[in-house]
Design a protein around this ligand. Structure first.
Ligand SMILES: Nc1ncnc2c1ncn2[C@@H]1O[C@H](COP(=O)(O)OP(=O)(O)OP(=O)(O)O)[C@@H](O)[C@H]1O
Length: 498
């Protein structure tokens, strides 16, 4: 009797179902569509390259068993798949790939750990010439994640969002404007903006985790049906290693494939971890192709992520890469005020200003200083005042003041000449303001590594020739005007390390 592909596949499924877990069956076999049976070759359609690779790695034995039972020893299996071309410009195409092994009497199933270790993911299948056809997709493939997590090792959901991180308490400044607004766009329309993946990078303690957690919290609050997962790259790696050890790689992948918004923190941690990168690469492809949102952080720009595979790095560039810089004086002030409000701390304005001037390294340090000051105050039962702040922060301040920065110079010079900071940077040509501005530029050139162009920019957007002129004028006045020389000597003391 002539068999048709649907009957053969239905019978194969029966064999498969009896041999694997229900969750795995639903995730990996229900989305498959039988398309053709010809000369003992059964062609099945799968939704993606990753899907095909996963089947070949993890279920080839059970597939062989089914085919053998239905079509005998000469039976063959071929996959019709959507090939990821590794380039967002190219549309996916469908290719037919024969299974790596021919149907045979079933053998002992290889352990998933062994399979992944001997990974055939980069095998010849990738190079098979593509035959153009319509892409295949099956939206049912992603099941209700919460249902799935019941069946899957609960360890995977342990690292989660901290709801104290929000956009509301993430202070905006020049240092983070692009990253913050891209984050907000992603949070409002996950998976549908061109910021996918969104990669946020920046130095230690500048707010990467806060920002990406705010994205996750926002999505959770506005779309409770979405499965948002925040995980550090370190945790991801440990879970993966653990899954290898426990023969639980399928469960690991099953779990991650169900995520709607994947937030991977500190992606630089994957450097040099080839197998983990490979797993992440496939999860990334699958989620991206299914229109799911991916958000990542890194302590450096993608081009400096040595030890990460090129194919992964090239995918990071598909979306948007936004950096976080150290906050400027005004942003530091706002961050302190925000923190005071949040924690109900009361600190006099001049102390706030002093802190914002003195701690200009990173936000975490700024917060740390604030906490230690509050602790000192409560231990000594004393109101926080400038003296106490100076005393408490002596070590940090000394360190920081050793590096005189532009903010500090501008503020000190403005104070010395009794004019406002705004006026110092304004367009006005009033004589006393011009002199103060020229002096401040002179010290900026002397004490910072800013270029002439950058100095001009920080003084109300002036060009570099204005800075050259200012420095020259001040030098001439030092030579010709004794009073002016004394002013400079006086001021210079404030910028020299004691
Ligand atoms: N713009 C900001 N507004 C308010 N708080 C901020 C801002 N940036 C950072 N913070 C706070 O600073 C602290 C450090 O931030 P976070 O942990 O997000 O930094 P990170 O860049 O992820 O650091 P690491 O490099 O160590 O992972 C957090 O308490 C965070 O809430």
């Amino acid at each position: 009797m002539l068999k048709d592909c649907r009957t053969v596949w239905a019978n194969c499924l029966r064999v498969i179902k009896a041999n694997i877990g229900e969750q795995s069956f639903r995730t990996w076999f229900e989305p498959i569509v039988p398309v053709q049976l010809h000369n003992n070759v059964l062609i099945i359609q799968v939704p993606s390259q990753f899907f095909y690779e996963w089947l070949e790695e993890h279920y080839v034995d059970v597939l062989k068993k089914g085919i053998y039972q239905e079509l005998g020893p000469e039976g063959r299996l071929e996959y019709s798949i959507v090939v990821d071309q590794g380039n967002s410009q190219n549309k996916p195409r469908t290719v037919n790939i024969p299974t790596s092994r021919k149907a045979a009497a079933p053998t002992q199933a290889a352990s998933p750990a062994a399979a992944i270790a001997a990974s055939a993911l980069t095998g010849s299948a990738r190079n098979v010439a593509a035959a153009a056809a319509a892409p295949v997709s099956n939206p049912d493939m992603l099941r209700n994640p919460f249902e799935a997590t019941k069946a899957i090792d609960r360890n995977y959901v342990k690292s989660q969002l901290n709801n104290t991180y929000s956009f509301e308490n993430y202070v905006e400044g020049d240092c983070n404007r692009l990253a913050r607004s891209a984050g907000l766009a992603v949070a409002n329309k996950p998976g549908t903006t061109s910021f996918n993946p969104l990669m946020v990078y920046g130095g230690v303690g500048l707010g990467k985790t806060h920002l990406v957690q705010a994205i996750g919290n926002h999505i959770k609050a506005t779309s409770p049906d979405k499965f948002v997962l925040y995980v550090s790259a370190e945790k991801f790696t440990n879970q993966f290693i653990e899954s290898l050890r426990n023969n639980g790689v399928q469960d690991f992948a099953n779990f991650y494939l169900l995520v709607d918004i994947l937030i991977l923190d500190d992606v630089q941690f994957l450097s040099g971890k080839d197998k983990t990168q490979e797993m992440f690469f496939h999860i990334f492809n699958h989620l991206h192709q299914a229109g799911k949102q991916i958000v990542m952080t890194s302590d450096r720009p993608p081009r400096d992520l040595n030890g990460l595979e090129d194919r992964l790095l090239s995918r990071f560039k598909w979306g948007l890469t936004a950096d976080l810089q150290s906050p400027d004086f005004e942003t530091r002030m706002a961050i302190i005020q925000n923190k005071m409000e949040q924690d109900g701390i009361d600190i006099p304005p001049q102390v706030v200003e002093y802190l914002a001037h003195s701690v200009n390294t990173n936000v975490r340090e700024l917060e740390g200083v604030l906490i230690s000051l509050v602790a000192q105050s409560s231990l000594n039962r004393r109101e926080i005042d400038l003296e106490m702040a100076k005393q408490a922060l002596r070590h940090i301040i000394e360190e920081v003041e050793a590096e005189v920065n532009l903010d500090f110079i501008q503020k000190t010079v403005a104070e010395y000449f009794s004019i406002s900071l705004d006026l110092l940077k304004a367009k006005t040509r009033k004589k006393e303001v011009v002199t103060a501005r020229q002096v401040a530029m002179y010290f900026a050139k002397e004490h910072t590594s800013h270029s002439l162009k950058s100095i001009g920019f920080h003084f109300g957007g002036r060009d570099h020739s204005t800075v050259i002129h200012s420095v020259q004028t001040v030098s001439d006045l030092i030579d010709s005007d004794k009073n002016f020389r004394n002013t400079i000597v006086d001021l210079r003391k404030k910028f020299v390390k004691k």
